[in-house]
Design a protein around this ligand. Structure first.
Ligand code: VGL
Ligand code: ZN
Length: 198
């Protein structure tokens, strides 16, 4: 029995001034830091894309940013280039207490497939290894915070619930992109999966 705080993608590119800024993204840094000591373990995830990543709109000639295309693994939103491996945009927000994390998980590093969830790539089948890490450490009560609530936080929380973890999301320590109703859909999907929204 143990608790983990899983902090999703609190990176410069998802904060104001970044390449895929989420409104108010930087406002969650202080509350997330304050939560960290209350958990048995802190895990950070880091969106981590090669420059030729299939989710980048500039790798699809003529496509509009934020449009959706069909990929072999399902629908894919085409995002502005963001969180390119090794760039400042991919670094954690400088005020995030990253030193308190015991595990940093990178995702989305394969050019041909995106990875919103901390548990599976977007084929919903290829594992990241995080479930095994949490189980090996006996961390079964998971709290999710971070960016963006309606994409990487929601996909992670839903997968965690399906994998049998006890899952809650602290909405005050998340911010959303809210693209074409994605926030309402994500909240409904999380409730349906048994995620506790707090
Ligand atoms: C995310 C869009 C693209 C996220 C990552 O962290 O929610 N959103 N890549
Ligand atoms: Zn991404």
């Amino acid at each position: 029995m143990g608790t983990a705080l899983i902090v999703i993608d609190v990176q410069n590119d998802f904060c104001p001034g970044g390449l895929l800024a989420v409104a108010g993204g930087d406002e969650i840094v202080a509350p997330v830091n304050d939560m960290m000591p209350d958990y048995d373990a802190v895990v950070l995830t880091q969106d981590w894309h090669p420059i030729d990543h299939t989710s980048f709109v500039d790798n699809h000639s003529g496509a509009a940013p934020f449009s959706t295309v069909q990929m072999p693994y399902g629908p894919q939103v085409l995002w502005p280039r963001h969180c390119v491996i090794g760039t400042q945009g991919a670094a954690f927000h400088p005020a995030l207490a990253a030193d308190l994390a015991e595990m940093i998980l990178r995702k989305g590093f394969r050019a041909q497939i995106d990875g919103y969830s901390a548990f599976f790539e977007n084929d919903h089948a290829t594992p990241t290894g995080l479930a095994g890490y949490l189980r090996d450490r006996g961390l079964d009560q998971l709290t999710f915070v971070g960016l963006a609530l309606d994409f990487c936080v929601a996909w992670s929380a839903i997968d965690a619930a399906r994998l049998g973890f006890d899952v809650r999301v602290r909405q005050d320590a998340c911010r959303a992109i809210d693209l074409d109703g994605s926030l309402d859909n994500a909240l409904a999907d999380m409730r349906g999966a048994g995620v506790r929204l707090e």
